[in-house]
Design a protein. Structure first.
Length: 221
């Protein structure tokens, strides 16, 4: 079959070339796609930045909270120091009262009690019971001892060391006083430092022979 091209050359060229509308459409689609990609990238970037910003805000909040806590503690510093000083003053006052009850004053009271009518040493009950149960009554004090048979002429206490000097009618009276000191919870390491027969001094004189003694010990307080 014989085909005859009836189109002119320009019409044939226009027929074989894409139309302007088609090209514009392609360009528009490309531009829209680029804008979409750009907007998506911006959105992801913004989301990442927003998350980082939120993390920084939370960190800043924690730091501010710590700063406020530190400021609060620093602000209370002087008040705390004052309270500690007051507590220390109270503790010192209590200690002084306790020392008055268990210190040198209590030791003098103990000696006075042992040398008074019906007075006995402040002894540990378990020690007393052990001495009684093991038949060591010779180490116990005598409830019938006459306290007027011994008197103190000097009592010196320094740094929990005590030195007691006095006179007794007989060596047995000195021994009785020694046992009382040894059983008292206020004394330890009690020992006889010296003893000798002599004439009584002071108002108990008049040529009466007595046993002078010196006892040393440690005081518990």
């Amino acid at each position: 079959m014989l085909k005859i091209n009836l189109l002119t050359e320009d019409k044939a060229r226009r027929a074989s070339t894409p139309s302007t509308n088609t090209v514009s459409t392609f360009l528009l689609v490309g531009a829209v796609a680029s804008v979409v990609l750009l907007l998506g990238g911006l959105f992801l970037f913004h989301a990442s930045q927003d998350k980082e910003l939120q993390s920084l805000v939370e960190q800043n909040t924690r730091v501010q909270s710590e700063i406020e806590s530190i400021r609060s503690r620093v602000g209370d510093h002087q008040r705390i120091l004052d309270e500690l000083a007051e507590a220390q003053r109270r503790e010192d006052a209590i200690r002084e009262l306790q020392n008055a009850r268990t210190g040198p004053t209590a030791m003098f009271v103990e000696v006075s009690r042992m040398l008074s009518r019906g007075g006995v040493p402040t002894a540990d009950p378990t020690v007393v019971e052990r001495l009684r149960s093991t038949n060591q009554r010779d180490r116990m004090w005598s409830p019938t001892w006459d306290f007027q048979r011994l008197w103190i002429t000097e009592l010196i206490e320094e740094n929990r060391s005590v030195r007691i000097s006095g006179e007794g009618r007989t060596p047995d009276d000195v021994g009785e006083f020694m046992r009382r000191l040894q059983l008292s919870v206020y004394f330890r390491d009690v020992r006889l430092d010296s003893t000798q027969a002599a004439t009584a001094s002071g108002p108990r004189g008049g040529g009466v022979t007595v046993q002078k003694f010196t006892i040393v010990a440690r005081v518990r307080y």
